[in-house]
Design a protein around this ligand. Structure first.
Ligand code: TRP
Length: 362
């Protein structure tokens, strides 16, 4: 089996080991060149490949781009939101934005129909992206199934540069559904450099570390493909937010996630039931303090609900010293979460006609 399976269950943690095994660079080296974002200061983005080249080009005022995609497999939850936060960060930096809805991948690897995936893309993804602040007018958004002739042509041409051994060593399998999804993804990643899209330029691809196998092979293909002078795509890697009960956060497990469309009532109940790092007795908690690394409520605050670093640090100190109790932490979180969800619901209503219009005019 390969060490990372982009279609399998994601393994959470062990980020240091993965960086070592796969040659992923720590993001901390580039911290001063990156915008001031909680994604960086809290280590949510932890590593990169080749981001130096991207940042240098940006500094010199050259054109740069960001490309990413999500497989439309179910509800959009807080675990997905970090990718959108990253998209917004790069949009603010002035990068061109390309986003794909990976419907061919969902068709081939998740047994879904294209129609089903389209509904999910519109309702769960695009509407949330826009509600979270993405400027769609300023982005190249496309469904893989509608990527255009040149995109599909190149995706097929890229096959020439891979061997069966390489594919099996990287993915653990050379099943046609996986090869097809992978070839499609290479074309996604190189798309911002196609001549129709302004030609070669540095591109960054923000992803979870499970997608690194695709990044590695796309970098190989970029080097070998003769018909264009592609830059090797750069990437940044983000940590996976864990599920509310600990373990994996998953779209199919209601209790593990909070969807951005959950009612406040449901969401607050999930917080009540979430795993915390509080101690068994009050006495023990006061004495030893919370095990903050095992607290899923704190994780939600850190990833999404508190912007101000000093506010988060204050909570971290009080909670880990035992001064703050789990119930109090949950109370703070519930207030922030409710505000977020109520406001987001309103923003989704405003986003809906924008998305509709965008899809019509494409
Ligand atoms: N494979 C990604 C996922 O499972 C989706 C995806 C498709 C993607 N094309 C991409 C991600 C290009 C980054 C870049 O979610």
């Amino acid at each position: 089996m390969p060490d990372i399976d982009p279609w399998g269950d994601v393994e959470i943690g062990n980020y240091k080991q993965k960086m070592k095994d796969f040659g992923i660079e720590p993001i901390t080296d580039l911290e001063d060149k990156l915008p001031d974002s909680h994604l960086i200061s809290r280590g949510i983005i932890f590593g990169h490949r080749g981001l130096d080249e991207f940042l240098e080009a940006k500094e010199k005022g050259r054109e740069v781009a960001m490309m990413t995609g999500i497989m439309p497999s179910g509800v959009f939850h807080f675990g997905h939101k970090s990718v959108v936060d990253q998209i917004l960060m790069y949009q603010e930096m002035g990068a061109q934005i390309t986003i794909t809805a990976a419907d061919i991948e969902a068709y081939n690897t998740r047994n879904m129909s294209l129609k089903e995936t389209r509904e999910i893309v519109i309702e769960e993804y695009l509407t949330n992206y826009v509600a979270l602040g993405l400027d769609l007018e300023d982005a190249d958004f496309y469904f893989q199934s509608e990527g255009g002739n040149n995109y599909h042509l190149r995706s097929k041409q890229f096959a020439r540069h891979l061997t069966q051994n390489e594919v099996e060593a990287t993915y653990g399998s050379a099943a046609p559904s996986k090869i097809t999804s992978a070839l499609t993804q290479y074309a996604d990643i190189l798309r911002p450099q196609f001549k129709e899209n302004g030609g070669p330029k540095p591109v960054v691809v923000p992803v979870g570390v499970d997608q690194d196998p695709h990044i590695r092979l796309t970098r190989e293909i970029a080097r070998k493909y003769r018909e264009a002078d592609f830059y090797k795509p750069a990437s940044t890697y983000q940590k996976f937010m864990r599920g509310l009960q600990g373990g994996k956060m998953s779209s199919s497990d209601e209790k593990s996630h909070i969807a951005l469309t959950d009612s406040a009532e449901d969401a607050l109940q999930k917080i009540d039931q979430a795993k915390t790092g509080g101690r068994d007795t009050l006495e023990e908690h006061r004495k030893k303090g919370a095990k903050i690394e095992e607290d899923m409520v704190f994780e939600l605050l850190a990833f999404h609900l508190i912007e101000d670093d000093s506010e988060l640090e204050r909570i971290r100190e009080e909670y880990s010293s035992g001064e703050m109790l789990s119930g109090e932490l949950k109370q703070i979180t519930k207030e922030k979460l409710e505000n977020f969800l109520v406001e987001h619901k309103q923003k989704r209503e405003e986003a809906r006609p924008i998305v509709k219009q965008y899809l019509q005019n494409r």
